[in-house]
Each structure stands twice: as C-alpha cells, then as structure tokens.
Write a protein that binds this ligand. Structure first.
Ligand SMILES: Cc1cc2nc3c(=O)[nH]c(=O)nc-3n(C[C@H](O)[C@H](O)[C@H](O)COP(=O)(O)OP(=O)(O)OC[C@H]3O[C@@H](n4cnc5c(N)ncnc54)[C@H](O)[C@@H]3O)c2cc1C
Length: 400
C-alpha cells in the first residue's frame, strides 16, 4: 500500500508552531516544579486551549477545528517531545471526552465539548476497576440499575487519569449483569461530579505526578437516559464504543511514546558530546556511540511505523475493510513505541551515569514517566493479544 510521508504545507506550519510553543512553554524548570507540586498544570492547559490545541479534531460548531488525526498527533508529538511528562499530562486533560465527540448525542456534544475545548474543565475515561483493567469485557463491578424514571449507579473505578480534577467521568458500567457475553450488557454513562461522586488521589505513584491518577467512587448516583453516551438507543452498546475509543487511544499513546524515545535520545546525544572521561568526550567511546546509533535506528523505524498507523487509522474510519489492519498496526505502534520509550530513557540514565540516577539532572523523572506508557491503554501483553487475534485468527488467539 503506498504511503506518502510528506506533510502538507499546512501540517508543516502547524507542527512548527506547536514545536515553537512547546519549546517555550514546557521548559525543564516548569516541568520539575509541577512534578514537585504533584499538581495538574491548569495554567498551561488553559494556555494551550487559548492557542487552539485542545480538542482540535472536534467539529467547529463545538469549538474545535475539525482537523484530521495526523494534525492532532503532530501537536501531541511536539508536546511530548518538549517534555514527555508535562506534554502528555496536558494532552491527557481531555481523556475520555472523545467518546462524547464521536458517539454522543448533539445535546451531549453541545453541553460538554465547548467547555473542554476552552480549557474550563477536564474529563476522565473510567474503565479499570479494582478487579482488573486488562479484562473489561467481564461483568463489571460498577453497575447501573434501572430505578424509574432513570438509573442508580454504584461502584468504583481505579487508576483514573484526572480523577481529582475532572468535571465529568465518562464511565463504562454494567447495565445487564446477566448478559452473555457480559460485554453486551455494558453502557457508557457521562457522570457529572456531584452528589454521590467521590474521588481520591492515589498515593505512591512511581512518577508522572503532573497527571493526577486516582480512584472514583459512585454511591447511589442518579442518572437519566440523557446521560447515556448516544442516548437511550445506546443502552448495552457501551463496549464497542469503549473499544473504538481505545483503538484511537493506543495510537495516541504510541505517538507520545515514540516522541519520548526521540526526546530521550536527543538528550543523551547532547550530553555524550559534552561529558568527558579519560580525556575524551564520552560519545567518542565506540561502545557508547553504537548504543546511540542503534537507538537512533530504532526511533527512525518507530516513526515510520507511527506514520503508517496514523494513515491506516484515518482511512479505516471510511473503509471498514481496513479496520483489522489498522488495529493490528496501531497495537504494534503502542507496544513497540512504549518499549522503545523505556529503552531510550534507560539509555539516557546510563549516559548520565550517577547524575542520571539523582534528581539534579531530572533524568529519572523521564524514566519513571516512560514506564507507565507500557501499562496505560492496554499493557504490552494486551497489545500482543490483539495483534495475534488478527494475525493468527480468532479461533487460535481468542482465549489468550
Ligand atoms: C498512570 C496510569 C494512568 C491510568 N489511567 C487510566 C484511566 O484514565 N482510565 C482507566 O480506565 N484506566 C487507567 N489506568 C489503568 C490501566 O489501564 C491498567 O493499569 C491496565 O489496563 C492494566 O490493568 P491492571 O493494572 O488491572 O492489570 P491486570 O489486568 O491485573 O494485569 C496484570 C498483568 O497481567 C497481564 N495480563 C492480563 N491479562 C493477560 C492476558 N490475557 N494475556 C497475557 N497477559 C495478561 C497484564 O499484561 C499485566 O502485565 C491507568 C494506569 C496507570 C498506571
């Protein structure tokens, strides 16, 4: 299949202005300060919103710019490359709300999207539960029971990005626990922070403290059919909606992972050309130079994979026949990209030596950020299972 890797003039302008903005705004000093405070960078998030970088792909009538997937990915790439932890925390501010943008009713879109685009509020996408995050096709513990005229929701969600800052929680809930398979009895609700919704920040996170991860508890929360993503017609249709959202999500994480790998490599190269040992620049030691060269080659490969994954995903939206291939390549991109981000940050720590292990040089922050990329939006095993199902066939790989 032919792929044109050349960006259009408009895309180049967008990428360059996002790069300029991110280099100026996502400085190391700011990133360290936000990380130390362990707070979501609201100020910066709103600045990004004023520049039009939040909800870019959403239709103009809801405040977006109606751009394509490539434009969103280009901006996210530049943000993550300027500072992986800070840039990704900003992009994750809208997590979950693409579900409303793509599957919501016109009323739901009009109610929530403009408030997100403007930077007024953040959102959450709630799937994982204390009982597990990889297998969300099982009978979920978060339940909605019909209590005329609406629904009553009880349960809790774990590891939720923006738990403590979000105004809305786009939540996958079991509406029919008897349904077999269980996922045919799941529904996506938009739950607004209010009575019965409690959130706590989870303590002891390894890194990425600019992005608040927490627990969300629902206790007798009242909801109506109007709060179901897509309305009453979408009762028990939440699972395919969640999957479609996660398909794009894995590509987004692949994108920020490869940006992280490249950023770490660039920093390692710059330091290796400065630092001296045994009277030489450390880059002049061939053993180290080869590690840099190998990583540069892998980053280059990953960037080609990423472009192909974006290209395929964009086309699969119009041509359903391309969907298996696009899911396969996007899963490869997420798995391989996250692995590369960890490997590149590991190399970065090695190149910095003892300075890399201490916080002075702020290298370990990138390393701990990279590790969570392997977990979110489906672990590496979950990605490989998805690839295997498409590559080997459902009959063989279904029970993995
Ligand atoms: C920083 C951070 C932010 C997050 N944000 C969100 C969020 O906003 N919303 C949300 O819903 N979740 C979020 N998560 C949760 C994340 O999606 C889950 O951690 C992830 O899906 C794994 O689920 P789990 O932790 O329950 O691990 P488990 O599902 O218990 O898996 C444990 C291990 O078993 C492996 N495993 C499980 N099943 C299989 C299988 N079939 N084959 C092979 N191996 C398998 C896994 O790969 C993993 O290594 C976040 C997590 C982190 C760390």
């Amino acid at each position: 299949m032919p792929v044109d890797f050349e960006l259009t003039e408009a895309q180049k302008i967008l990428r360059n202005s996002a790069r300029e903005f991110a280099t100026k705004e996502f400085t190391r000093e700011k990133a360290v300060e936000w990380e130390r405070r362990g707070e979501f960078p609201w100020e910066l998030y709103r600045k990004c919103a004023r520049q039009g970088y939040i909800g870019m792909a959403w239709p103009q009538e809801y405040g977006g710019q109606g751009t394509g997937l490539i434009e969103t990915m280009l901006v996210a790439y530049e943000f993550s490359k300027a500072d992986p932890g800070l840039g990704s925390a900003i992009m994750a501010g809208t997590f979950g709300s693409d579900i409303i943008a793509y599957f919501g009713t016109p009323e739901q879109k009009a109610k929530w999207l403009p408030r997100i685009v403007s930077g007024e509020i953040t959102s959450s996408g709630c799937f994982s539960e204390p009982g597990g995050g990889s297998d969300i096709a099982r009978v979920l513990d978060t339940r909605a029971v019909k209590t005329e005229p609406g629904w009553t929701i009880n349960g809790s969600k774990l590891f939720i990005t923006n738990a403590t800052t979000a105004t809305i929680f786009v939540t996958l809930v079991q509406t029919d626990p008897k349904s077999r398979p269980p996922y045919l009895g799941q529904t996506e609700f938009i739950i607004e922070r209010g009575p019965g919704v409690d959130t706590t920040l989870m303590k002891g996170k390894m890194g990425w403290h600019t992005s608040p991860t927490g627990e969300v508890y629902f206790t007798d929360v009242r909801a109506s059919d109007a709060d179901i993503v897509g309305g009453a017609a979408c009762i028990n249709k939440g699972f395919p909606i969640a999957l479609a959202f996660l398909d794009i999500g894995r590509l987004a994480v692949g994108n920020m992972s490869i940006a992280t790998a490249e950023a770490a490599l660039d920093r390692a190269v710059a330091y290796a050309k400065e630092r001296e040992a045994f009277g030489r620049k450390i880059a002049a030691f061939q053993a180290l130079a080869f590690r840099l060269v190998e990583m540069a080659t892998e980053v280059e490969l990953a960037k080609s994979l990423l472009l192909r994954a974006i290209w395929l995903t964009e086309r699969a939206r119009k041509d359903r026949a391309l969907q298996p291939e696009s899911i396969k390549v996007a899963s490869m991109c997420k798995w391989y990209g996250a692995k590369l981000a960890v490997a590149s940050c590991d190399l970065l720590v090695d190149v910095f030596g003892g300075n890399g292990y201490f916080s002075e040089e702020d290298v370990s922050r990138w390393y701990t950020f990279a590790k969570q990329l392997e977990l979110i939006e489906g672990t590496k095993e979950v990605q490989k299972n998805a690839i295997a199902r498409i590559m080997l066939g459902d009959e063989i790989a279904r029970r993995f």
